[in-house]
Design a protein around this ligand. Structure first.
Ligand SMILES: [Zn+2]
Ligand SMILES: [Zn+2]
Length: 266
């Protein structure tokens, strides 16, 4: 499998949160915000930051057409900034109207703007499918609904990356099913119960532990208790009858300066 260099694209697409990636993104975000701010009070702004952003989006697998659509800007205007109009003997435009620069600078590579076959981290896809299984949706049923075979879905659940179109399909499925009871859709009660039990054994987080804003971010943890990662989380897990999660065990250690009184085996 190919590997992206650490930096903007790797942070956005693979969810890498290493120092290099985080630094690249924060530096870049800072620059980009400065460019957006400058654009709010000038009649024309330098085209360079916009050109730079287009280049980064292209590195993430977005084509010029997709960037133009996401920004709501005519593609020819982007072309003017990148290459100019060579047949008329003009080079890349050095200045642009601020509203155009801002619209382009605001485009982010996301599941909705990336090319369908671009590869992204599978974190959000896995979490969504696992949460549905934790709710009692059998893997075979999910596979059917996605138009996949059981075997292919099993393989997908082991892959580190998935195609954007797959991630979108899993997201759509999750949006449809997250608050639907499997038995109301023809899943036999004992099958749903068995699926739930297996998911519990594997410690797959339920729907309620995730926010739509953070489910795709590999650096986030499920919030099982509503207070995970704080001192309050540990006793809540106990009251709910399950083993405290890692952030809660860490918070316990931090608060009590000693290891939590639990066996490490699940
Ligand atoms: Zn990295
Ligand atoms: Zn917890």
């Amino acid at each position: 499998m190919f590997d992206r260099l650490h930096g903007y694209g790797r942070y956005k697409l693979d969810g890498c949160r290493c120092y290099t990636c985080a630094w690249a993104v924060s530096e870049y975000t800072h620059q980009r915000e400065a460019a957006i701010k400058a654009g709010t009070w000038q009649p024309y702004v330098p085209a360079a930051p916009m050109r730079e952003h287009i280049r980064r989006l292209q590195e993430c697998g977005m084509g010029l057409r997709a960037i133009a659509t996401a920004a709501g800007v005519d593609r020819k205007r982007l072309q003017g900034v990148i290459t100019g109009r060579p047949h008329r003997g003009t080079g890349p435009q050095e200045k642009v109207r601020p509203h155009i620069a801002i619209a382009v600078l605001r485009v982010e590579p996301t599941l909705d703007t990336l090319a369908p076959r671009a590869l992204v981290t599978s974190t959000g896809t896995h979490r969504r499918l696992q949460a549905l299984m934790a709710a009692g949706w059998p893997k075979s049923h999910l596979a059917d609904r996605m138009g996949w075979t059981y075997t292919n879905l099993s393989a997908l659940l082991k892959n580190e990356r998935v195609m954007v179109q797959t991630a979108r399909a899993a997201r759509d499925l999750y949006d449809q099913l997250w608050n639907v009871a499997p038995v109301s859709q023809g899943v036999a009660a004992h099958i749903a119960a068995r699926t739930q039990a297996r998911a519990a054994d594997r410690r797959w987080a339920p729907v309620g532990a995730w926010d739509d804003d953070t489910i795709d971010d590999p650096s986030t943890h499920p919030d099982w208790t509503g207070a995970c990662g704080t001192a309050e989380g540990f006793p809540r897990h106990r009251r709910m009858g399950h083993r405290p999660c890692r952030p809660c065990r860490a918070a316990y250690r931090e608060a009590h300066q000693t290891n939590p009184p639990i066996k490490e085996a699940a």
